[in-house]
Design a protein around this ligand. Structure first.
Ligand SMILES: O=C(O)CCC(=O)C(=O)O
Length: 288
């Protein structure tokens, strides 16, 4: 329980966090899953909202524009500030949290989109590495549908990455760690409403969706502890609980009205800054 910290709306965060055993397993393995966050019917309701929003605002949620949608859609800001998610992350990082970015990782039925082996922290321009990615499933995330797979123990070392810009690769620059043995991977299968947590240096990726249904996940990437600061670039963060991290961050506001002019401008500013950080030194860029 984390009764002495508030979320960004000023509400106390009282949901159950992780047990000491779960914290230890996260620290040893570099990930923890599955973690129950919401009921399957609550996850189905979020999915229905997302699919309604995709139909209503196609220019705001198409495949090349899935970063930081929580800054334009209040229902996604609600997910990102979900008390259970925040409590679990506080168990790992302490009471002072902010949210750096979110990504909607959506793979259409029987499609070729995949995510190459990578470490999240490699291009984020933040130190120290006291941050965590939370990945919430809104649909079944299975081996068949291309769930997130992880390489045990890989969070202990920083790996070299090469840019591939592969057309089916969902990552910004198709960044890839070479020489990964896929037979060593652990597949983080999740039911709707469950999440995984992974360490910023954990090597992970995912295969194409070979099922007949969409695979939809929301990555909160990443929650930052209070001592994290930028080492290059401009970074927009959403305060989540406790004290804001470094004063060097630009403070983003949660959206009040869906896709309002202000909300779209806040998201656009955050994405422009994010692109500068993620494409640092890259030969090619894509829009976010
Ligand atoms: O959703 C996926 O398939 C990959 C997710 C991922 O790379 C991440 O959350 O860091």
């Amino acid at each position: 329980m984390n009764q002495d910290s508030n979320n960004q709306y000023g509400e106390p965060v009282e949901a159950e966090g992780l047990s000491p055993d779960q914290v230890e397993r996260y620290q040893t393995n570099g990930w923890l899953a599955p973690i129950d966050v919401m009921t399957p019917s609550d996850a189905a309701a979020v999915l229905a909202e997302l699919e309604r929003a995709e139909a209503q605002y196609p220019d705001d949620l198409h495949p090349e524009h899935r970063n930081n949608a929580h800054l334009a859609f209040p229902f996604l800001a609600d997910v990102a500030t979900n008390d259970r998610i925040v409590s679990c992350v506080q168990s790992l990082l302490g009471p002072d949290l902010s949210l750096w970015s979110t990504v909607l990782f959506i793979k259409e039925p029987d499609s070729s989109a995949y995510v190459s082996w990578h470490q999240d922290a490699y291009y984020m321009g933040l130190e120290p590495d006291h941050f965590v990615t939370a990945w919430l499933a809104l649909t079944p995330s299975t081996v068949e549908s291309g769930c997130v797979s992880v390489i045990p123990g890989s969070h202990e070392a920083r790996a070299d990455h090469a840019d591939t810009f592969g057309s089916d690769n969902i990552l910004t620059r198709g960044q890839e760690v070479a020489d990964i043995d896929p037979t060593a991977a652990v597949h983080l299968e999740l039911a709707p409403g469950q999440m995984s947590l992974h360490h910023p240096w954990l090597v992970h990726g995912s295969q194409p969706n070979r099922s007949g249904a969409r695979r939809v996940g929301i990555a909160m990437q990443s929650f930052l502890a209070g001592n994290v600061r930028p080492v290059r670039g401009t970074h927009h963060v959403l305060p989540i609980s406790g004290q804001l991290a470094s004063q060097e961050f630009v403070v983003a506001s949660p959206p009040i009205a869906e896709c309002s002019t202000d909300a779209r401008a806040a998201r656009a500013a955050a994405n422009a800054a994010l692109a500068d950080v993620l494409y640092h030194g890259a030969q090619e860029t894509r829009s976010l």
